[in-house]
Ligand binder design. Structure first.
Ligand SMILES: Cc1ncc(COP(=O)(O)O)c(C=O)c1O
Length: 341
């Protein structure tokens, strides 16, 4: 089956020829010995963008979450996050294996919970209770439908977490989609987080990698975990150069992805059987439900017309990204109309 328009995920983005050229010409060294100039340049750029003391290059976002949890928590401690969060659903149960922490899932709305919900979830210091160590939030919320945590709420939550003696972590897999939408600087979002990372391999278009940032003390501890997990690499400058290219060229254009998602969502909202909360389409993810249609069968039928989306139980998810043009999005709307009218 030939996929013409791939709305499955922004993880499928491919490096452009300009990015490939920069990768091919990258200066490299032994990353494990911290001697790779391109990796060092990338981590310096990331630390600067997030205004943190240091950053570390990792093969994946999953590893960035799990290393952060392992640094912040001991086995038996508890992490507070929304019930939709990535580590709960898509990290192979890694939190139980790597840090040994357990997860206290909050019932937020579209991936976002309140200060009150958070405060109620923090455990007492009674020895019967697991000890709450970490607040973790996802910017943007993936299963929440690309929703953006408002900066005021982030500031209140992180302040409260610190007052309560907890650490704070941001899974910023799509942080720059939020930045593109709100014009709030990444460093402003990052300000009150003890650890924060972003993915280079999603909307930013690099083939591999994430960068995790924090204090020098945090990054030093993260380095041990990176080594332990086999995440330390050798001539990784080849792939890191894709990340440098992305940070130099692909941040601004995320606005287009956000706008394309809005256009797609508006097209879907015009179809009477589609249930969608247009207001909650805030970045590049569109989650919707179709009345009286089995979501899996519908996805298969769309695929026959070259349109790929992902299935989330009874809903469908469509994600816009840099390999899709406005024309592709309008064509996708036409295909949806063909199948749903
Ligand atoms: C919110 C979120 N966190 C973490 C990850 C994991 O990132 P990676 O695929 O780079 O491991 C993803 C990937 O889709 C994600 O959407």
């Amino acid at each position: 089956m030939k996929i013409k328009i791939d709305l499955f995920s922004d993880t499928g983005t491919r490096p452009s020829s300009e990015m490939r050229k920069m990768m091919a010409e990258a200066e490299v060294g032994d990353e494990q010995l911290m001697e790779d100039p391109s990796v060092n340049r990338l981590t310096k750029m990331a630390a600067q963008i997030l205004d943190k003391e240091e950053a570390i290059y990792l093969p994946s976002g999953l590893m960035a979450n799990q290393i952060s949890f392992a640094v912040h928590c001991n086995p038996g401690d508890e992490i507070i996050m929304d019930h939709t969060a990535h580590p709960i659903h898509y990290e192979g149960g890694a939190t139980a294996v790597i840090s040994g922490a357990s997860i206290n899932r909050l019932s937020g709305t579209h991936g976002i919970f309140s200060v009150k919900q958070f405060e109620e979830a923090v455990r007492t210091k009674d020895y019967h209770d697991p000890q709450t160590k970490l607040l973790s939030i996802e910017q943007t919320s993936n299963l929440g439908g690309g929703t953006i945590w408002p900066i005021e709420l982030i500031n209140k939550l992180t302040k409260r977490a610190h007052q309560l003696g907890l650490k704070t972590h941001m899974d910023g897999a799509r942080l720059f989609n939020a930045v593109a939408k709100t014009n709030i600087k990444a460093s402003e979002y990052a300000k009150n987080f003890d650890s924060i990372w972003f993915d280079l391999s999603k909307g930013l278009g690099a083939p591999v990698g994430s960068v995790l940032a924090g204090s020098s003390q945090f990054i030093n501890k993260a380095r041990y975990w990176k080594q332990r997990l086999g995440g330390a690499m050798r001539q990784a400058g080849i792939i890191a150069a894709g990340g440098i290219y992305a940070l130099e060229n692909n941040l601004e254009r995320l606005k287009e992805d956000n706008q394309n998602a809005k256009i797609l969502a508006e097209g879907l909202a015009n179809i009477p059987t589609v249930e969608i909360n247009l207001e909650k389409v805030e970045s590049n993810i569109v989650i919707f439900k179709v009345k009286n249609k089995d979501s899996k069968e519908l996805a298969e039928a769309l695929l026959k017309d070259g349109l790929r989306v992902s299935v989330l139980h009874d809903k469908l998810r469509a994600v816009t990204h840099l390999d899709l043009t406005r024309k592709d999005i309008l064509e996708a709307v036409e295909i949806f109309n063909k199948h749903l009218r």
